[in-house]
Ligand binder design. Structure first.
Ligand code: PMP
Length: 459
């Protein structure tokens, strides 16, 4: 990109033409966008030349960090050789075939097949159609209902947003679509403080069984969840939760779907979040970390239970996307996965930088504003509270999380606010020294937020 403009020029052009995702267009136009012009490692540079530590890996995706030459080379070579061909009509391309085989290798053993899409949302649309198709082929077409969770995020397409449990999204566009119902999320801080975390895990899993019995076990097709809720605020479930969910799904023969769009490709210290959380899904949605975000790619890993039926009894599955198996995206994914392997990033997260991040976040409990912390691999959250002794929250309309996020921006740190949960998901390539640097910035921003809260009399 050679065009050079001042920040004000970029902002004016942006405001004139670009409608951003999940944005109040009018208020953004008034404030002006932050324009990111380049990046290297864990650092972004904006159009004013300010360097910013990207503790969110772009949007939970740049697992290998920015500026990895192997990915650039893979894309360049594939663009020269064959920039596009589709996978419809009895054709395939070498990168898509190679990637399918490599994914079968790095995913849990029940997965030998993949259906490619262009994004996580498209992957989850595929899940909805595929599980219903599976039950049709199994002679149980009445099994239509998919159970998901409040405050889940599964994408922004009609099916993705319906699977998600975000009330703000359901309020626009007539969602959810029929046949999708929600149970409460396993968020101990909000729903289980009177119990131990382990006890609460069983209680929260039991909500699934209650819903299955309410809907009728013969009508339920699948349960879908993120191993650790990401966009919902890095909500790490108690260790007892997922194994119990697995037992309930098994008991009723219901397909279990793990949305690994955020938790895949090393983020939690295993290749996939289901391995960290101890369950064995039938289907697994992926995107983001598969290419470290360098190019768009998503898809669904299809376990043998489902794949066998689709392949052996199937006929045509009337579903697919122009970019299913895009050769350049697949070439980048291949280079990305090989890089994760050669750098030993999964082990790095599991044995070194993940535990170190957890240790440093645990120490934040000493800060006057921090009521709880949660970590899982390279995902972490802290909760801002008014009263640490009993976890009393701030009144939501004060927007303290957004105040804190404002300080982060000004101090050169990308940290996201979900209500009063401040969350990070940094690149997996971070060193301990990088974590130290990030924690210094977090401390400074927490202190500035505390000073604001005191000045306003909010404490
Ligand atoms: N599932 C999960 C768990 C996600 O976090 C996201 C995106 N943040 C999606 C699905 C949707 O992915 P995409 O934005 O690529 O459509």
């Amino acid at each position: 990109m050679t065009t050079s403009r001042s920040t004000a020029e970029w902002q004016a052009l942006d405001a004139a033409h670009f409608l951003h995702p999940f944005t109040d267009f009018q208020s953004l136009a008034a404030r002006g966008s932050r324009v990111i012009t380049k990046a290297d490692g864990i650092w972004l540079t904006d159009s004013d030349g300010q360097r910013i530590l990207d503790a969110m890996s772009g949007l939970w995706c740049v697992n290998v960090g920015y500026g990895q030459q192997a990915l650039v080379d893979a894309a360049t070579q594939q663009l020269r050789e064959l920039p596009f061909y589709n996978a419809f009509f009895q054709t395939a391309t070498p990168p898509a075939i190679e990637l399918a085989a490599l994914l079968a290798e790095v995913t849990p053993p029940q997965f030998r097949h993949v259906f490619f899409a262009g994004s996580g949302s498209e992957g989850n649309d595929t899940v909805v159609r595929m599980v219903r198709r599976y039950w049709d082929l199994m002679g149980q077409p009445q099994r239509q209902v998919i159970i998901s969770r409040v405050n889940a995020y599964h994408g922004s397409t009609m099916a993705g947003a319906s699977l998600g449990g975000m009330s703000g999204m359901h309020a626009q566009g007539g969602l959810p679509i029929p046949g999708i119902v929600h149970i409460q999320q396993p968020y101990w801080h909000e729903h289980g403080r009177h119990l131990s975390k382990d006890e609460f895990g069983f209680v929260a899993a039991r909500w699934l069984e209650d819903k299955i019995l309410e809907v009728g076990p013969d009508k339920v097709a699948a349960f879908i969840g993120e191993p650790v809720q990401g966009a919902g605020g890095v909500i790490v479930p108690p260790a007892t939760y997922w194994p119990e969910i697995q037992r309930i799904c098994d008991r009723h023969g219901i397909l279990l779907v793990s949305d690994e769009v955020i938790t895949g490709f090393g983020r939690t210290g295993h290749w996939f979040g289901c391995e960290t959380q101890g369950f064995r899904p039938d289907l697994m949605t992926f995107a983001k970390g598969v290419t470290s975000g360098y190019l768009p790619l998503g898809g669904v890993m299809v376990g043998e239970r489902v794949a066998r039926v689709l392949i052996e009894h199937g006929g045509e599955f009337n579903h697919g996307y122009t970019y299913s198996g895009h050769p350049v995206a697949c070439a980048v994914a291949l280079a990305n996965i090989r890089l994760i392997q050669s750098l030993g990033l999964v082990e790095h997260v599991r044995d070194d930088v993940g535990p170190y991040l957890a240790e440093r976040f645990e120490a934040l409990r000493g800060h006057p504003l921090v009521g709880d912390v949660d970590t899982c691999g390279m995902m972490a959250a802290l909760l801002l509270v008014k009263d640490k002794t009993d976890g009393t929250p701030f009144t939501p309309d004060l927007g303290l999380g957004m105040v804190c996020r404002g300080h982060c921006f000004r101090e050169g740190l990308i940290m996201r606010a979900v209500g009063d949960r401040m969350i990070v998901a940094p690149p997996l390539v971070m060193t301990r020294a990088d974590v130290d640097h990030m924690m210094d910035l977090i401390h400074r921003c927490l202190d500035l937020t505390l000073a604001d809260a005191r000045a306003h009399g909010w404490l």
